[in-house]
Design a protein around this ligand. Structure first.
Ligand SMILES: Nc1ncnc2c1ncn2[C@@H]1O[C@H](COP(=O)(O)OP(=O)(O)OP(=O)(O)O)[C@@H](O)[C@H]1O
Ligand SMILES: Nc1ncnc2c1ncn2[C@@H]1O[C@H](COP(=O)(O)OP(=O)(O)OP(=O)(O)O)[C@@H](O)[C@H]1O
Ligand SMILES: [Mg+2]
Ligand SMILES: [Mg+2]
Lengths: 227, 227
């Protein structure tokens, strides 16, 4: 499903270069559950943004479901993102002036789903992450962990084939984290591919494969029995 | 140092009321190291915002270093915040268009410190959190955990008497978290009062007292031997 070849991402700052990704080559098959770990600044979010078609590499090639992404236009990329990928951003990226329900409905608006059906599915997604009583709150009227859960509900509501989650439990207490991980595991068993970034070993245990990133390179790539 | 009496914070949403804090009474003495824990949405950030003079309670009284905060004007509160408290926000609250160095200098600008001295102290604070090579990056050019560390450096740079940190290691890997906690512990041993919100038991172990919040109330309050 995901094939990266010699992917580099370099930022030029004045006369220095920051090698956010320094040559990553890896493949992730349909139906895998992968955890990406690594220290702060090692390149995890940069990698996720390239896989999620939100950013282009400086060099190297990327195929998603057989299509070479580097050859696509901005519109084609947006189409792929909206129809195939559910993304939980590290900083949530919620719309500030709309309610939790409206934020979660957004992918369904893109998909042309009717208003009645959108409300029903968004309310159900919020219920699944324990926010049934917060549907009409705007992001500033929600706690940090509640905002994160709205971002998670939004990523799941359109039943995407691929879920990319950047630290989806970062703002959650252990009990709520376990509920979210159980939900992701349920989706995985139903056939969805899940790639998540986490710095918590307890969360990584739910995955079947762990990739460790350091200084923009893949340092470890191992299989494990998921929890 | 901190004395809260029957503190309530109620939000009115249409015809429902959200009791973010439902009557909190507690005292924290000078020089304590307290960890506040509790599930997502339990009221921790609301409590921190009231203690940090960023928000007023709906009812109840709050004394900081003997002064009753409820009687102060907006200007007096701003003065106390800038001169006595270092705050690490759950969502960092960095200025988007200024560099890491300038963000960290901000409390020193308020304190009227000379430009040369500000640069020196801000650079030193960034060094302490491992960001010596990122001083000229703006927040969007930093990883999530790097942004969090800029927020931490900013809270420490003016050597405040009270540090309030809302989930200061939420975006950090274990190794970086331990470095940040060691730094906070060092400041504590030098006499600074530290109150931090965390959902990670490993982080709470550095504190000498743990307060557990649930549904806007204090459910547990226990002493422990810090790590
Ligand atoms: N402006 C607001 N209007 C309405 N409700 C609010 C508002 N701000 C917070 N709340 C509610 O108050 C409760 C407590 O919020 P708070 O941010 O203190 O939680 P928290 O313990 O910090 O959670 P987390 O661990 O997720 O950060 C939450 O249920 C939240 O929905
Ligand atoms: N726009 C940019 N310009 C310059 N450098 C950048 C930019 N974006 C990211 N970087 C740098 O690239 C490196 C990798 O960033 P990335 O966000 O991928 O890290 P990360 O592994 O997600 O870290 P964290 O765990 O802290 O979220 C960091 O050192 C960061 O400073
Ligand atoms: Mg990141
Ligand atoms: Mg909070």
């Amino acid at each position: 499903l995901i094939k990266l070849e010699a992917i580099r991402k370099t930022y030029v700052m004045g006369d220095t270069e920051v090698h956010a990704l320094a040559g990553v080559t890896l493949e992730i098959a349909h139906g895998e559950f992968v955890a990406i770990m690594g220290s702060s600044g090692s390149g995890k979010s940069t990698l996720m943004n390239i896989v999620g078609c939100l950013d282009r590499p400086t060099s190297g090639r990327y195929w998603l479901a057989g299509d070479e992404i580097s050859r696509m236009s901005v519109n084609e990329l947006a189409e792929i993102r909206n129809s195939q990928i559910g993304f939980v951003f590290q900083n949530f990226n919620l719309l500030a002036r709309t309610t939790a329900l409206e934020n979660v409905e957004l992918p369904l608006v893109y998909a042309g789903v009717s208003a009645k059906e959108r409300h029903r599915r968004a309310a159900q997604a919020l219920e699944k992450v324990g926010l049934g009583t917060r549907t009409d709150h705007t992001p500033s009227q929600l706690s940090g962990g509640q905002q994160q859960r709205v971002a998670i509900a939004r990523a799941l509501v359109s039943a995407p084939k691929l879920i990319l989650a950047d630290e989806p439990t970062g703002a959650l207490d252990s009990k709520t984290s376990v509920e979210v991980m159980a939900l992701l595991q349920e989706l995985w068993k139903a056939g969805i591919t899940v790639v998540l970034v986490t710095h918590e070993p307890d969360v990584a245990e739910f995955a079947a494969r762990v990739i460790v990133v350091r200084d923009g390179l893949v340092k470890e790539d191992r299989r494990q029995t998921p929890k």
